[in-house]
Design a binder for this molecule. Sequence first.
Ligand code: ATP
Ligand code: MG
Length: 178
Amino acid sequence: MADVRKGLIIVNTGPGKGKTTAAMGTALRAVGNGMKVLMLQFLKGSWHYGELDAVQAFGDKFIMKQLGRGFVKVGGAETDPEDIRMVEEAWQQAADAILSGNWDLVVLDEINYAISYKMLDPDKVADVLKRKPEMVHVILTGRNAHPTIVELADTVTEMREVKHAYQKGILAQRGIEY
Ligand code: ATP
Ligand code: MG
């Protein structure tokens, strides 16, 4: 096993289930190795996610914050300026956190959506990723990862949907989906 640490840029994208939960699994692994994790959720969903309560058990080793609102309207011109403002604020927090070097792993959950909805400029994100402290790991999740981010990343995984319970009309299950 490598003992030379190198901060990685990891992207979890694609239409299948598991992007956010895989990032949380990695976060758990990092915390278990004594690392500090910050997870920022860019476009929060409509549910209260169980993980928000679970991570409190880790104290300041694993902080998770929901930024922005749920139910963001899709589509360039129709996007509510308030949502764009909130994404920009979220991005400022994310950039500060990455550049501060205070965190070993920063997870930017659903940031790919924010970029693909044109609420956030991929070049701004790329610029910070290029300047990040060497040791800091960053995970970016969400469908439709931008080519600029994919290009820059070290590890990119595309979740492929083979099938999903939702298609059978099974609604989101507590503890599994939220
Ligand atoms: P998860 O949070 O379960 O890892 P995800 O991050 O890959 O999912 P998102 O695109 O963020 O998926 O979707 C958020 C919500 O939609 C979650 O409740 C998730 O379980 C559900 N979901 C994910 N993929 C699908 C799918 N292919 N069809 C229907 N619902 C899905
Ligand atoms: Mg997700």
